[in-house]
Design a protein around this ligand. Sequence first.
Ligand SMILES: [Zn+2]
Length: 380
Amino acid sequence: MPHIDTDRLKRDCPLLDVVASYGIPLRQSGQTWVGRCPFHPDGGRPNFHVYARTNSWFCFRCGVGGDVIRFVQKMDGVNFRQAVERLQGGSLRGGAAHPCASLRRAIPTPAREWGASERACLAAAVELYSNRLFSDPAALDYVQRRGLRRSTLEQCRVGYARGDELVAYLRWRRLPVQAAVRVGLLTPGGREFLAGRIVVPEVRGGQPIWLIGRTMDLDSRAPRYLALPGLKPLLGWESARRSPWVIVTEGPFDWLTLRQWNLPALALIGTHARAEALRALRRFERVYLALDNDDAGAAATEELLRTLGPCAVPLALRDVKDVADLAAAPHGRRAFMRVLRRAMRASPHCTGRSEESNNAKEATYVVLSESSRVDRPAGS
Ligand SMILES: [Zn+2]
């Protein structure tokens, strides 16, 4: 067996990511992440601790712990060498395999560990809101005018919170209203937090874990988006995780648009990518950036290009404000696909993060008018 640079392997495969890739939910508590131990029936208070600072873990019940290699050994019942190989993506020599290649399909965000009641309330709310959307003419008209098809809305479990029925629905389902308050669906005063909004859930393993709602009333002074509290996930993880490449957008409606076109997509929910989101994005061989066509979108694109390196490729928008605008535009999909294909051809291989790729740095523009030149390098 050739020499193994374990320090580098541990750097390349942060323990938090690896634990998440086994579907073990962790919740943050200061510098420590806590969850249920996978090595013993951990029913009561969670005993499994992951220390991000030292990249190590320990179970206080089992009395065992160690580094990422030890974790994989115990999880998979393999020896040191096999664990290393798994972490390296099955290839020690050649160097072609991405570190953590086998973990690329992992879950990026340790899901917030809600109890059964809270999870049931989230699921019930998504069900109620989804049914309501299809029976509320104004709400349905709004999403359809934005170019979203019924099949997309159903598939992504988009809903409408009318604002006056969640409490009664939870009671009818015999679910504890207090649990809905804890997850943020209801205010302590019993008001529906997302009332009057189109609601998009983030779903993991069939379970909604987080909701965001967009107001339909653009004249109101209410914020355009409201989201439940807690860690903001990369919206759409499950639909994108199996793809080697992904398109990154800002908002839920951009994401819905790309999902409608059957493209692997993730929404940052804003312009800021937290460290966890960046770690998740690094798992893709190629990340196409389709952020909003404004100053904030441009600044965020620059920042992502800098942090993600040559594997990130900008797709700049023109004539439209964001990807969501293309959903209702004639030829919107065609314009987007043309530019995406061109960007793919211009940067066919991601050679690794240390090498610069000039092609990958050039922005390609999405324009709607057929007569305009479609792609030009940024700044020319
Ligand atoms: Zn244990």
